[in-house]
Design a protein. Structure first.
Length: 218
């Protein structure tokens, strides 16, 4: 009595897939902007103040993207909004900080990377039944968490080390989000194919069974 009919299960799965697929363009734009940001981080001769402002702007960008991301259900949607608002708040705090020290900025960045990486991995595991390439999202978290740990391990490191962590994160995460965006875009089609294949196999099996039992088959 707790098993849904096939058509109903398909409808629920496809609705969830369509909700998630609607985020594909945000992942694409966000990924491209992060790649550009990573290149800029490596290319510009930063001062601590200018780099802190730039990192704060990236925090705000990530917060807005996360808050606008549609989840599988309302619970995930609320979690995305809360996470996005917290990320944007941290970005604003870094930007308006009168004289940010490298230790403070590194702590902000490291803690944020660990939190976002953990959320990415947990989200990937939750979506693995409807997202064929869920491992890309999981890999995204695996990149963010170690970089966050690296930033927190020595928050008093040089500005060059801080630039390295920020640049690697922006480029690596940006590339993976661009790839993931196209996988998410194809998600409804993937769900249709997943539900259609058993149906086609069932029809084919029934046809073979019918032919085997017909008088002309003997």
């Amino acid at each position: 009595m707790f098993v849904f009919p096939g058509d109903f299960a398909h409808r629920i799965s496809r609705e969830a897939a369509q909700r998630v697929a609607g985020n594909w363009w945000m992942f694409l734009v966000n990924g491209l902007l992060l790649i550009v940001a990573g290149v800029l981080i490596f290319s510009i001769n930063w001062s601590l103040r200018s780099l802190a402002t730039f990192i704060g702007a990236l925090f705000i960008l990530e917060g807005v993207t996360t808050a606008l991301t549609t989840g599988l259900d309302d619970r995930v949607r609320r979690a995305n909004i809360l996470t996005g608002l917290l990320s944007a708040a941290v970005g604003v705090a870094i930007i308006v900080w009168p004289a940010p020290g490298i230790v403070a900025v590194a702590i902000f960045l490291g803690a944020w990377l660990i939190v976002m990486g953990t959320l990415a991995m947990s989200g990937a595991l939750a979506a693995r039944r409807i997202l064929p390439d869920w491992w890309l999202l999981f890999l995204l978290g695996l990149v963010e968490v170690p970089l966050g740990v690296l930033a927190l391990a020595d928050p008093g490191a040089t500005l060059a080390a801080f630039i390295t962590v920020g640049g690697i994160w922006a480029v690596a995460v940006g590339v993976m989000r661009v790839v993931l965006s196209f996988e998410i875009k194809r998600l409804p089609k993937t769900v249709d194919e997943a539900f259609g294949e058993p149906a086609r196999n069932g029809v084919a099996g029934a046809s073979r069974s019918h032919l085997a039992s017909s008088p002309t088959a003997s």
